[in-house]
Design a protein around this ligand. Structure first.
Ligand code: CTP
Ligand code: MG
Length: 230
């Protein structure tokens, strides 16, 4: 089963509110997307990595990646769309059909490790669909209109991470179904869940945290400065 990865990096980073898209913000001197790109390229199971970036940033990507730009597995960038789901669709349509498994990773998670990527790919090889997720320590409330409507059992609650890895045919079918039904998913797992597929959960590293706002970026800088490694 050939495996390709899509690195979703086409968001604007509105909550970070800097003058460049979030994936191009420098973290320890390198664009945010370079950190997880390095981990994806280092994972032996992955044959090709397709970065999906804002259209205006396609031509300048290689110059920003340094030596990583010359890696044999790195495909030319694809222009993303207005939403994460649109960017996923753009990346998927650029992928040759002979990749049976697709790993989708958010560039906003710079600290994913090649070892965790390999584990979630192995689970997807076995089951067709798998994601990294971490158990939550807070009790989760589902709230509507300022009122609690549900408290799911805490030991069943997990925070979804990426990569999420799927049979490419299931992911394409889930995406088509969501588009046809006018649904917008915030992660890929929802797309295949809606097909009735069982998505297997693989323990994610707590450090595989998403950089969303200025506090997250400051945390990431501190982590690298104190030798946490990327
Ligand atoms: N993403 C994308 N295309 C979009 C929107 C998001 O490829 N149109 C990617 C982002 O680059 C990011 C991942 O999806 O790696 C998760 O999205 P998020 O953390 O929300 O990033 P942004 O959309 O960039 O941030 P914001 O929502 O604050 O604008
Ligand atoms: Mg967003």
């Amino acid at each position: 089963m050939r495996v390709a990865a899509l690195l979703l990096a086409a968001g604007r980073g509105e909550r970070l509110a800097l003058d460049v898209p979030k994936a191009f913000v420098l973290l320890a001197g390198r664009p945010l997307l370079a950190h997880s790109l390095e981990a994806l390229l280092a994972c032996d199971a992955i044959e090709r990595v397709v970065p999906v970036v804002p259209s205006a940033w396609c031509s300048g990507l290689a110059a920003r990646l340094g030596p990583l730009a010359r890696h044999a597995k790195l495909a030319p960038p694809v222009a993303g769309g207005a939403t994460r789901q649109d960017s996923l669709a753009a990346g998927l349509s650029a992928l040759p059909r002979d990749f049976a498994l697709v790993a989708v990773h958010d560039a906003a998670r710079p600290f994913v490790r090649a070892e965790a990527i390999a584990r979630v790919i192995a689970a997807a090889r076995a089951h067709g669909a798998a994601l990294l997720a971490a158990k939550v320590s807070d009790t989760i409330k589902r709230v509507r209109g300022g009122v609690v409507v549900e408290t799911p059992p805490r030991d069943e609650c997990h925070a979804a991470q990426t990569p999420q890895v799927f049979r490419a045919d299931w992911l394409r079918e889930g995406l088509d179904k969501a588009v046809a039904e006018g649904r917008a998913a915030t992660d890929c797992s929802q797309l295949v869940e809606a097909l009735g597929v069982r998505v297997h959960v693989v323990a994610g590293d707590p450090d595989n945290r998403k950089i969303t706002d200025a506090a997250d970026l400051a945390w990431a800088e501190r982590r690298l400065a104190t030798g946490g490694g990327a």
